[in-house]
Design a protein around this ligand. Structure first.
Ligand code: TYM
Length: 330
């Protein structure tokens, strides 16, 4: 088994990123070979202030390490320092079909009404994502629910490339999507996912929010006046309530039904302070480690450069095999 996954280094990582992906990465690294990277080439598919990128890349790396990613166990790097990602993306652009990309819902959401003006990079974003994964012969990709379609596309690209050129260059990877936590919703709207790009900071809990901010955000989270039922089935049609129970459950390493077993019959006046405590207690050590790490940017750069050296070595054979398969001498 070989695991790979990534996160965009723009905007602060939030509780959705943590519960849907990062927490799982920290667990998997003890059992499996893991590669985790900062998707900085994906970040530039929309305009990002060039002067700020180096800092946000370091901060995202510091956040991951603060969450428990151990650079001695996980190969931690950023895409731009491993040119094979961009090279492989080109080879795969020639395998991916326009019709496949036209079906990508994330492109439709991100490009919005002004599609003609979206960058070509944003359109072919999922092909770069396929390159990230296929370069390393990854077998499993732990992600949140929103990445499912990109993973299916990755499998289609791998299969078509292998078939077209008649060689098994790529492993066809499996997504790893958790049962609970794979889709954490906004605190202001239970039908929208928690997202870095939501204009309201009250809609999400950032991993580096201080305790007072977290308590305020949980207190102000949208809910309803009904008491809690004793199983998740009873929360149908109450997306905000279901979301808060899910967050509680994943943080406490319990099932949502176990959590409801404890709170059945009680209202949010009782539930929210307990949830706030749980989030504060989980994020407090993460924020403390983040502050320490942020004070040593040279150390973070060293970690990312070490990771990139390892990633270059791990990706080189597959890149060479892909060039050979398409018939290009190098
Ligand atoms: P990104 O940066 O949007 O998110 C990083 C991870 O967090 C998950 N996630 C969530 N999980 C649960 N609830 C939410 N509200 C929530 N929001 C985000 C995402 O599913 C993701 O797992 N395209 C990717 C980055 C990427 C990548 C890859 C991932 C680039 N190449 C190769 C895997 C493999 C992205 O933008 O993730």
């Amino acid at each position: 088994m070989r695991i790979i996954s990534g996160i965009q280094p723009t905007g602060e990582p939030h509780l959705g990123n943590y519960l849907g992906a990062i927490k799982r990465w920290t667990e998997l690294q003890h059992e499996q070979e893991c590669l985790i990277f900062l998707a900085d080439l994906h970040a530039i598919t929309v305009y990002n202030e060039p002067g700020a990128l180096a800092r946000t890349i370091r901060e995202a790396a510091a956040t991951l390490i603060a969450c428990g990613i151990d650079p001695n166990k996980t190969v931690l790097f950023d895409q731009a320092r491993v040119p094979a990602h961009a090279e492989m993306a080109w080879l795969l652009n020639c395998t991916a079909r326009i019709g496949w990309l036209n079906r990508m819902t994330q492109f439709k959401e991100k490009s919005g009404k002004n599609r003609e003006n979206a960058s070509v990079g944003l359109y072919s974003y999922p092909v770069l994502q396929a390159a990230d994964i296929l370069l390393y012969q990854a077998t499993h990709v732990p992600v949140g629910e929103d990445q499912k379609q990109h993973l299916e596309l990755t499998r289609d690209i791998a299969t078509k490339f292998n078939t077209d050129f008649g060689v098994e260059v790529f492993t066809v990877p499996e997504p790893l999507i958790g049962k609970a936590g794979a889709r954490i919703m906004s605190l202001r709207d239970g039908t929208a996912k928690m997202s870095k790009s939501d204009p309201s900071d009250m809609s999400r809990i950032n991993l580096t929010d201080d305790s007072d901010t977290i308590a305020q955000k949980v207190k102000k989270a949208k809910t309803d006046p009904e008491p809690l039922p004793d199983t998740m089935d009873g929360l149908k049609g109450r997306p905000e309530a279901a979301n808060l129970v899910t967050i509680f459950a994943v943080l406490a390493n319990r099932t949502p039904d176990e959590v409801l077993g404890e709170f059945a019959g009680q209202g949010f006046g009782a539930f929210k302070p307990r949830l706030a405590d749980l989030v504060v207690e989980t994020l407090r050590p993460i924020r403390a480690r983040f502050e320490t790490l942020r004070a040593g940017p040279a150390e973070i750069d060293r970690i990312l450069m070490d990771g990139a050296v390892k990633a270059r070595a791990l990706s080189a054979p597959t890149l060479a095999a892909a060039y050979k398969a398409v018939g290009l001498p190098r």
